[in-house]
Design a protein around this ligand. Structure first.
Ligand SMILES: Cc1cc2nc3c(=O)[nH]c(=O)nc-3n(C[C@H](O)[C@H](O)[C@H](O)COP(=O)(O)O)c2cc1C
Length: 324
């Protein structure tokens, strides 16, 4: 399938694996890219420019296809070395960067000078337009359903995607709640040029996470995620567990007086314990409502081939309907 996104990123299928903390290692990105999508290494999981450079080199050893790096811009007091991470991306010969979080304007000049395509993840039309204005090449439009940070507007993709299509001139992909060929065709119908998946890619054979994480996604339904940190205006969609219930209780009890300090035990440094060690109640971890559509653990190749086949079948069925 050829779309503005496959052309822009030089990939076979319009499917992207979004950056995921402690999931987006070289193994994950290479598996998705080898299957014809765009795999993405998560820059902040590596943390330092040296480690990121090493991860990019490892990924290049595993694939000769294009892959990207996610740079999430967090509102922290002691920010990571973003200029150093950007340098590692450029020197590593990476051709696509997925930015997320705050406005990426400061990162753009060196990336653009190096000919790198930038896709910014946005949870609203207004942020998407801002990304377009500052010179991003594409946008990943992340609806309310998504795993991770859906923003504070709570607009689901059935509204958000056509709204984005009506306003944007640059290409965009859908993100949040995407799982299969139905998601892809629906995204294309609503004006997207491809789709981004997070949670679905965690439940694959190659995802370098503990088996408990994959089984937790399989066991979950679409009713099992919760929104946390809304009082801090840093809303995150996570899979419910004992730590999340504790966190929500603190939010109820402390109300507007809650600070990040109050919930550090539930959110700080929990990803390695969950993703690597498989201690599922160690804290809050991002997971999308799409868990309700995930029932197996295929390889990335099987998953992407299946999505493309189903999408083609649906399009053919629709063409037959339209002609009847
Ligand atoms: C476990 C997990 C960790 C994530 N970490 C990040 C991250 O570090 N940076 C980022 O931009 N997005 C992150 N995301 C969001 C994904 O890139 C993607 O936008 C989201 O998962 C899409 O929604 P879906 O899970 O419904 O497919 C994360 C998502 C998950 C599930």
């Amino acid at each position: 399938m050829k779309t503005a996104i496959t052309e822009m990123f030089g990939i076979q299928h319009p499917i992207i694996q979004g950056g995921m903390h402690y999931v987006g290692f070289a193994e994950m990105a290479a598996a998705v890219s080898n299957a014809g999508g765009l795999g993405i290494i998560t820059g902040l999981t590596q943390g330092t420019p040296e480690k990121l450079a090493n991860e990019i080199a490892r990924c290049r050893d595993m694939t000769d296809k294009p892959f990207g790096v996610n740079l999430t811009i967090l509102p922290t007091l002691t920010p990571p070395d973003y200029p150093g991470l950007v340098k590692a991306v450029i020197e590593g010969g990476v051709k696509v960067v997925e930015t997320a979080g705050r406005n990426p304007v400061d990162l753009l000049p060196p990336l653009k000078d190096a000919g790198i395509k930038v896709i910014h993840k946005c949870t609203s039309v207004r942020h998407s337009l801002k990304a377009q204005d500052i010179g991003c090449d594409a946008v990943s439009v992340d609806g309310f359903e998504c795993g991770g940070h859906p923003g504070e507007d709570d607009v689901p993709n059935f509204i958000l995607l056509p709204r984005a299509a009506d306003e944007l001139e640059i290409p965009f992909v859908s993100s949040g709640g995407m799982a299969d060929g139905r998601s892809l065709v629906a995204s294309l119908a609503m004006g997207a040029q491809g789709m981004n998946m997070g949670t679905r890619f965690i439940a694959t054979k190659e995802a370098p996470v503990h088996e408990n994480v994959k089984q937790a996604i399989l066991a979950a339904s679409e009713l099992d995620t919760r929104l946390v940190m809304r009082p801090l205006r840093n809303t995150e969609r996570v899979l419910n567990n004992a730590a999340v219930e504790r966190l929500i209780l603190k939010e109820k009890e402390l109300g507007d007086t809650i600070t990040i300090q109050d919930i550090l035990p539930e959110v700080a440094g929990v990803y390695p314990k969950i993703m690597t060690e498989g201690t599922m109640d160690a804290g809050a971890w991002s997971c999308g409502m799409v868990a309700g559509l995930i029932h197996d653990i295929p390889t990335c190749q099987e998953l992407i081939d299946r999505i493309m086949l189903q999408a083609e079948e649906i399009i053919a069925r629709m063409q037959a309907m339209a002609r009847a």
